[in-house]
Design a protein around this ligand. Structure first.
Ligand SMILES: Cc1ncc(C[n+]2csc(CCOP(=O)(O)OP(=O)(O)O)c2C)c(N)n1
Ligand SMILES: [Mg+2]
Length: 365
């Protein structure tokens, strides 16, 4: 029917209507994201805000350093930074329990650090050195730690949604009470395998929380240009999967919604969808100059919504923490990151004999 209508009205007017609708939905989307979640968020105690501050800062400083090393030519291949989105992984981690698993795509450094993986091992993997988590042979998008329950690190958009659902299936069969927190972007949310996974997860009531990190862009394509239903929290409606939109720039809102979702999944009710309204400050990857959005848009998010600055202000204004105390936290985090970068710049590359280990060889060769 849509095709018939398009024939009648003609391609030109269809294009006009589409761009009008796109403009309207961009404005609505911006308003929704700016005001999301504000009134009902429970406050953090001082130690929770301090913890969130330190963790988010760790991710940000790590990413800034990775950006520098990339610029110096020490990191090869792709490198997708997570700057701006830190509240999502930190709030979700605060809602999770030890043993819960995490799986995500290629924008994964923050997820690894928050799972407790060693910043030195992650940085050394980025620089392709032998002490990296994948012995220097995986790089930014391919790191894992079974010990820390981090299952990657996946370069194929949305692949982790099926894999995360499979991990939850194993949890369900083992009856071990663990929940798999499965992260993916709003671009990935338009992939077919996401809905096959939703169907099975709902049918078998699997302990999985789907976290859609809606940072408004998939590479250079905005949500309004690519997406018919931009409310991703509703993507589970036809499978009876509940969902919520969450202010992903406010770590308290993330922890609050995350606890609700994880409790729901852990207690045998099945999957839950959280759409995190968030924003990435940098381009899609280090090689993207991000010309598809205005400088003002980025500056406004940084100035008005920055997740770390929100916590910093609360610590100073409400919890009576001094500037000096915060400077100490900043210095400790910087030292950890500088040490990681120093190591990752000098650790040797893998020995050439490693070329044929840890790889699947074609038996016919
Ligand atoms: C199956 C597949 N199709 C296309 C690509 C190329 N690609 C890499 S990232 C990306 C955009 C994904 O955007 P989103 O899911 O919003 O995640 P974000 O990068 O914003 O975190 C695309 C299309 C890919 N890696 N895999
Ligand atoms: Mg995106």
């Amino acid at each position: 029917m849509a095709a018939a209508a398009r024939k009648e009205t003609g391609a030109k007017s269809a294009t006009k209507a589409a761009s009008k609708a796109a403009a309207a939905s961009t404005a609505e989307e911006t308003a929704a994201q700016d005001h999301a979640g504000k009134p009902t968020v429970p406050d953090f105690a001082k130690d929770e805000d301090l913890h969130a501050y330190r963790q988010m800062l760790l991710v940000r400083r790590f990413e800034e350093k990775a950006g520098q090393l990339y610029g110096m030519g020490l990191i090869g291949g792709f490198c997708h930074l997570y700057i701006g989105q830190e509240a999502v992984v930190v709030g979700m981690r605060m809602a999770a329990q030890d043993g819960d698993q995490v799986i995500t795509g290629y924008r994964d450094h923050g997820h690894m650090l928050i799972c407790g993986m060693d910043p030195t091992g992650v940085m050394a993997e980025l620089t392709g050195r032998r002490s990296g988590y994948s012995k220097g042979k995986g790089g930014s998008m391919h790191m894992f730690s079974k010990e820390k329950n981090f299952y990657g690190g996946h370069g194929i958009v949305a692949a982790q949604v099926s894999l995360g659902t499979g991990i939850a299936f194993a949890n369900h069969l083992r009856e071990d009470g663990r929940v798999c927190v499965t992260y993916f972007g709003e671009g990935a949310a338009n992939q077919g395998q996401v809905y096959e996974s939703f169907n099975m997860a709902a049918l078998w009531k699997l302990p999985v929380v789907y976290v859609v990190e809606n940072n408004r862009y998939a590479m250079g394509t905005s949500v309004s240009r690519s997406t018919a239903q931009p409310d991703f929290s509703k993507r589970g409606v036809s499978f009876n999967i509940p969902g919520e939109q969450v202010d992903g720039m406010d770590v308290r809102a993330v922890r609050d919604a995350g606890s609700r979702a994880i409790d729901f999944a852990r207690s045998g009710h099945g999957p839950y969808i959280l759409e995190m309204l968030t924003y990435r400050y940098r381009g899609h990857s280090m090689s993207d100059p991000a010309k598809y959005r205005s400088r003002d848009e980025v500056a406004r998010m940084r100035e008005e919504r920055d997740p770390i600055e929100q916590v910093r202000r609360r610590l100073l204004d409400r919890h009576g923490v001094s500037e000096d105390e915060l400077k100490q936290v900043d210095a400790q985090v910087r030292e950890t990151i500088n040490r990681a970068a120093e190591f990752a710049s000098h650790d040797p590359e893998p020995d050439p004999s490693e070329l044929w280990t840890d790889v699947l060889l074609d038996a016919r060769a």
